[in-house]
Design a protein around this ligand. Structure first.
Ligand code: MG
Length: 219
């Protein structure tokens, strides 16, 4: 059986990534939680993801890096979930194809986004994924993001299948999918129409996946 593993941002959720304001607000909230008042330039760095800079500022402000990181990730997750609940961020209109595919084969969700948000999305939109894997709320977890194949490998190993296809909307998805030993499917969305990639399959819509499984005879 061929499993199909999906990226989340730009595949299910509209737009290629989390809005930067979500991380800015999350960093501010985490700094509030920890009771520190950084300089404007430190605050700018806290709102981004450069952990060497963040590590230095944490040391200067005498706060724990791991604690800050986790708090920021938690706030970013609730900010993201609010945006999804309010409809401020939507989903693509072909995602029903994922539900249908799930009735035929093993499906999974593997994203660079936070694990908490991956689980929220799976649950909120009622997907029956056999495995869900997002990044851990740690610096180390952040470093394991694609193009590192390890989250895809972990998810794939959790499924009892012999082959798999990783579906994504970015070059890093294709790199990571191949590095994990899977076929890849590059999904065309408005933000990546012109991108040239070396994926196994090129898809105009998620609805094309069903025939892909039929044509290789492995479903
Ligand atoms: Mg993506």
């Amino acid at each position: 059986m061929t499993a199909v593993l999906f990226d989340m941002d730009g595949v299910i959720l509209e737009g290629p990534r989390t809005h930067p304001q979500v991380y800015a607000d999350a960093a501010d909230a985490a700094l509030d939680d920890l009771g520190v008042d950084p300089t404007p330039s430190q605050r700018r760095d806290f709102r981004e993801h450069d952990h060497e800079r963040i590590r230095r500022h944490c040391r200067d402000l005498e706060i724990d890096l791991a604690q800050f990181w986790k708090q920021k990730e938690t706030h970013a997750s609730s900010g993201t979930h609010d945006r999804l609940r309010s409809g401020e961020r939507g989903t693509y209109d072909d995602i029903d194809a994922i539900h249908e595919l799930g009735e035929r084969t093993a499906i999974g969700l593997v994203t660079n986004n936070r694990h908490e948000t991956a689980e929220f999305v799976a649950d909120y939109y009622g997907f029956e994924f056999d495995v869900v894997r997002g990044r851990d709320p740690t610096v180390k977890g952040y470093e394991r993001r694609k193009p590192d194949p390890s989250y895809i490998e972990e998810a794939f190993e959790a499924l009892d299948v012999t082959s798999g296809i990783y579906v994504g909307d970015s070059v890093t998805d294709v790199t990571a999918g191949h590095a994990a030993g899977l076929e890849t499917a590059f999904l065309r969305r408005p933000h990546n129409r012109e991108q040239s990639v070396d994926a196994t399959h090129d898809l105009a819509s998620l609805t094309e996946l069903a025939s892909l499984l039929e044509s290789d005879g492995s479903s």
